[in-house]
Design a protein around this ligand. Structure first.
Ligand code: NAD
Ligand code: IPM
Ligand code: MN
Length: 350
């Protein structure tokens, strides 16, 4: 089971190396036969060689790596994020990872809300352009492009997953009052696909009012399905409801090929990069999502337990109110994990 590891930029290069020992420990303990290879794609390589996603990368990943672990991309020296789009959006689109699962558990509650974001089209389709008169762009266009085929397979996968997880409510987040063409396509497909899942009750909310309600009281929501940009924005709100971007992780998958990419929801956080205080919780949760996806939920469970316990202590990073560092937090997590595995419970608690 080969894993491609792309630490990337900023705190990506801090949190990803910090969580790899946990992956190794779990792989050894459960005999998963995991190995990984680190790829240096990111800002440094872009600035030195103008290489973002190397030309053979997609073929290599698709054929040899069933899972990718990514830190974050983004560097103040590349303000237009050209390398980030090339690498990150290149991976999402190039591997057709059209389902982006971004679960979040609002603080004070024990229920995880399953947010699904379409990950390859919409305003991220890359369709658009600028017309310049003189030195400045006079016209700028980014088209929101959705195909029925993608919306159908995305929503069908989300509804099936929600229904298999025992959830009963699903909300479509849209803006069809102002953005009618793609909005109506999504509504039509949502209603049609819901008919195949009698156990699910669907609702539809405008994204602005949805955000208002979610922030005021997330408790009514169980499953959320959203187009690319709305899902991006809502996932940062979800992270805030959890207690910070340091906690939220995501899985981007292509259900047909099984290709999958796991990453924190957060970015490269230049404001704290290099100080050793980035919270590795989200990156470690990305590892847990990866273990689930690879068919090893028994290996993911002790990692989640250790993370949750360590997050409540002073070894946690400052964003969680602790006085720790990336290193002290993961040292605490590893200690708990080793003890948990040594206790060798036959049935891990979930
Ligand atoms: P960000 O997510 O990097 O940071 C937002 C805020 O959250 C910052 O104050 C940061 O310090 C804090 N934060 C984020 N992760 C944290 C962690 N693990 N521990 C503690 N605090 C954490 O968003 P931004 O500042 O808007 O973006 C920075 C760069 O990252 C930009 O170049 C952006 O394009 C890029 N970005 C990349 C990804 C990705 O690679 N998936 C995601 C979001 C943003
Ligand atoms: C995310 C990020 C990316 C996105 C950016 C960096 C292109 O915000 O993964 O949430 O918009 O998808
Ligand atoms: Mn985002």
């Amino acid at each position: 089971m080969r894993i491609a590891v792309i630490p990337g930029d900023g705190i990506g290069g801090e949190v990803v190396p910090a969580v790899l020992p946990a992956l190794e420990l779990l792989g050894d303990h459960f005999g998963l036969g995991l190995s990984y290879r680190i790829f240096d794609w990111g800002a440094e390589r872009w600035l030195a060689e103008r290489v973002g996603l190397p030309p053979d990368a997609l073929d290599l990943l698709a054929s040899d790596y069933p899972a990718i672990l990514l830190g974050a991309l983004g560097d103040p020296r590349i303000p237009d994020m050209a390398h980030g789009r090339d690498i990150l959006l290149g991976l999402r689109r190039g591997l057709d990872l059209y389902v982006n699962y971004r679960p979040f558990t609002p603080r004070g509650g024990d229920r995880t809300i399953a947010l699904f974001r379409e990950n390859t089209q919409g305003l991220y389709a890359g369709v658009g352009g600028t017309v310049s008169h003189g030195r400045h762009p006079a016209v700028a266009i980014d088209e929101c492009v959705y195909t029925r085929e993608t919306v159908e397979k995305f929503l069908r996968y989300c509804l099936r997953t929600l229904s298999e997880s025992g959830r009963e409510r699903v909300t479509l987040v849209h803006k069809s009052n102002a953005v009618p063409h793609t909005g109506r396509l999504w509504q039509g497909v949502f209603r049609a696909e819901l008919a195949g899942f009698p156990g699910l009750v669907g609702s539809e909310e405008y994204v602005d009012s949805f955000c208002y309600h979610l922030v005021r009281d997330p408790s009514p929501y169980e499953g959320i399905v959203a187009s690319n940009l709305f899902g991006d924005i809502v996932s940062d709100i979800g992270a805030a409801l959890m207690g910070g971007l340091g906690l939220a992780a995501s899985a981007s998958v292509c259900p047909e090929t099984g290709c999958a990419l796991f990453e924190p929801v957060h970015g490269s956080a230049p404001d704290i990069a290099g100080r050793g205080i980035a919270n590795p919780y989200a990156a470690a949760t990305a590892v847990a999502l990866m273990l689930d996806h690879l068919g090893h939920p028994r290996a993911a469970a002790p990692l989640r337990r250790a993370l949750a316990a360590a997050a409540r202590t002073d070894s946690a990073t400052p964003d969680l109110g602790g006085h720790g560092t990336t290193g002290t937090f993961m040292a605490d997590v590893m200690k708990r994990l080793e003890k948990d595995l040594a206790d060798d419970r036959p049935e891990p608690r979930t």
